[in-house]
Ligand binder design. Sequence first.
Ligand code: FBP
Ligand code: MG
Ligand code: MG
Length: 337
Amino acid sequence: MHNGTTITQFIIEEQRHVAGATGDFTSLLNDIVTACKVISNMVNQGALVGVLGSAESENIQGETQKKLDILTNEVFIKSNEWAGHLAAMASEEMDTIYDIPAKYPRGKYLLTFDPLDGSSNIDVNVSVGTIFSILRIQGGDGAPSERDFLQAGTQQVAAGYALYGPSTMMVLTTGKGVNGFTLDQSIGEFILTHPDMTIPADTREFAINASNMRFWEPAVKRYVQECLDGKEGPRGDDFNMRWIASMVAEVHRILTRGGVFMYPIDSKMKSKGLGGKLRLLYEANPMSFIVEQAGGGSITGAERIMDLQPESLHQRVPVILGSKNEVERILGYHDQA
Ligand SMILES: O=P(O)(O)OC[C@H]1O[C@](O)(COP(=O)(O)O)[C@@H](O)[C@@H]1O
Ligand SMILES: [Mg+2]
Ligand SMILES: [Mg+2]
């Protein structure tokens, strides 16, 4: 018998304190947990089940989809469309919203997700993940539309990610702190192993794709240069650098030991009319909710991400998140720039 709290138990106990809770939310989270277990197995099996490599298709972002991008999207749809908790879904891998088929009852929640984050790492067997965010539909009983999804991050009911790494983990917030669970493969259950995760306010570790340096804005160039100048520079201390190229893995490292993650806007993106690399609804908002609930900060450079009013389903934004004091320093550099 395991001796820990399962994620199901944890969610039910948490929901007992929510006035008027109907069990819908608990059951929706459980369906998401099931989807991540299926994906964990798929990712783990990899070449054994022929899921590596690219598909012959592109998503709306113009990215060549990986086979696993499509398969994991299907897993999320199938696991969540039937139970009657959702009005609709939206995903990185689907151009438009996914309306719940008429054969299933429709519910009051909206689910946005990045079924497989860190796609460029799949074929090289580096950690990847799944990111999700839950909203409540605000409109009436009519058919849901894209507009229903365009809610600020502060409206999120819950957010989480699964990390498929050396062990499979799930990290979750419902607005009452952040908790981490590890999948016990022997019983197929996520067990609470990282209660009340918090991000240290200070750090000496940053993560950014330095190959874009010549395109960065002055504030980001200044911040990174000062980190690289280390003890001899104005920070008077040495900094370490990391870049995994899977946002989930970067955020998990920051939740575990602090740090700052940056995918800022740059002149190359601007020249293509892009507002950033990462997507607001199913990458930036859920990760910002988690990071803020763990005591960290999350900004675009100039403003708090969770206050942004979304304009479109696949909108991209700059992301700078992590240890609070570093994020505030970077915000200050943008104000001064
Ligand atoms: O290729 P780069 O510049 O290193 O970008 C890596 C970033 O792109 C992403 O892979 C984008 O997410 P997807 O893999 O879900 O498209 C992030 O996880 C990661 O932080
Ligand atoms: Mg992603
Ligand atoms: Mg993805």
